[in-house]
Design a protein around this ligand. Structure first.
Ligand SMILES: NC(=O)c1ccc[n+]([C@@H]2O[C@H](COP(=O)([O-])OP(=O)(O)OC[C@H]3O[C@@H](n4cnc5c(N)ncnc54)[C@H](OP(=O)(O)O)[C@@H]3O)[C@@H](O)[C@H]2O)c1
Length: 324
């Protein structure tokens, strides 16, 4: 089978598509023929040796995908050959086939193509876990989403709206502003050129935001923490801007505010039953037409470095997908 292989910690430029042996499912695992592999920002970190987990070289990257189960390993009862699934395996998905633990798969939404479904699980799973399990948002809450046209960002906009929140989407271009408004945001904030603090004040009638969803990090994080209201929550999702910010903790005391960590990839492994329940809700919303992944572009395995460059250059609306 064909796969994208990482042979050194050279970042995207070092990736190459080549022939590799098909993986065999071990106990508790299934083999899946993938119809698409979702590209995540964390894939760039992974192949650059900058992610929390550093696999042995060489390895096939790719956190997530979607396809059809072709083989079932010993002890698997929850999934059968022929099932259409989405999966988050953390590794191995930039390939025609992957072997993954059955527990990290879930039924694919019926109304999505494999290419759309390949980008479903991480973005919606993360944002649902963040907003519902970690921030406990309620109807009427004001939610500010940073990097709102990106993968997890736009999923957070859609989910927060479905939960009855008012949503301000912060983005860095006019094209992205139009996109997030189409996706349901109440207002778009151009945080590349507007005063973000003043914009959040206007959006919340001077009260401050209940929740900030932050996959960006860098200097905007402290601005946002200062823009929370009493009992506000900053969801620490990621650091796409590259810099891990620090916060003066007196700000937490003064507003009874919290910085709340979100690590969905670990939640999937530690709480598989709870994650599956979240995915049941997300699948239902998807099949009702209430949420849907937006696939901006599809790249071939040979174009994996170009796909990663497109993501790193902040061009993507929603998600990009890889196919053989
Ligand atoms: N904690 C978790 O469980 C979890 C799960 C999934 C992802 N993540 C993390 O969340 C972050 C976003 O992931 P994603 O897959 O949604 O990425 P993405 O689609 O590339 O979105 C990231 C957004 O960040 C903004 N950004 C600001 N500065 C940037 C820079 N220097 N380079 C690139 N983007 C920049 C961009 O929006 P603007 O151009 O509008 O600013 C971009 O749309 C990553 O750090 C990822 O590791 C965390």
């Amino acid at each position: 089978m064909r796969a994208v292989v990482c042979t050194a910690w050279d970042g995207p430029a070092g990736l190459a598509a080549r022939q590799v042996p098909e993986p065999t499912p071990g106990p508790g695992q299934v083999q899946i023929a993938l119809g698409g592999s979702g590209l995540n920002f964390a894939d760039i970190l992974m192949v650059s040796g900058q992610y929390q987990i550093k696999p042995d070289l060489p390895f096939i990257p790719g956190f997530e995908g979607a396809g059809t189960v072709t083989e079932v390993g010993p002890g698997v009862e929850s999934v059968s050959v022929g099932d259409r699934v989405v999966l988050f395996s953390g590794i191995g998905c930039f390939a025609e086939k992957v072997a993954a633990d059955a527990i990290v798969t879930a039924p694919a939404p019926d109304n999505l193509t494999d290419i759309e479904a390949a980008t479903f699980m991480t973005a919606y799973g993360t944002s649902y876990h963040a907003l519902v399990d970690r921030a406990g948002v309620s109807e009427g809450d004001t939610v500010v989403v940073l990097g709102a046209a990106g993968g997890v960002g736009v999923a957070a906009v859609e989910i927060a709206k479905l939960l009855g929140c008012r949503v301000a989407a912060a983005v860095s271009s006019e094209r992205k502003a139009e996109f997030v408004l189409e996706r349901g945001a109440d207002v778009a904030i151009r945080y590349d050129r507007e005063d973000l603090r003043a914009a959040i004040r206007d959006f919340t009638d001077g009260k401050g935001a209940d929740v900030v969803y932050d996959p960006v990090g860098g200097s905007v994080t402290e601005t946002c923490f200062r823009s929370l209201r009493w009992n506000g929550r900053l969801l620490v999702v990621g650091f796409a801007a590259g810099k891990i910010p620090s916060l003066p903790l007196n700000l937490a005391l003064l507003k009874s505010a919290s910085a709340v960590g979100v690590f969905w990839g670990d939640f999937v492994v530690r709480y598989p039953r709870e994650n599956r329940a979240n995915l049941v809700q997300l699948k239902e919303w998807c099949e009702q037409g209430l949420i849907r992944p937006h696939v901006d572009r599809v790249f071939s395995f040979d174009q994996a470095p170009a796909a990663m460059a497109y993501l790193a250059e902040r061009q993507v609306l929603g998600r990009v997908c890889l196919v053989p």
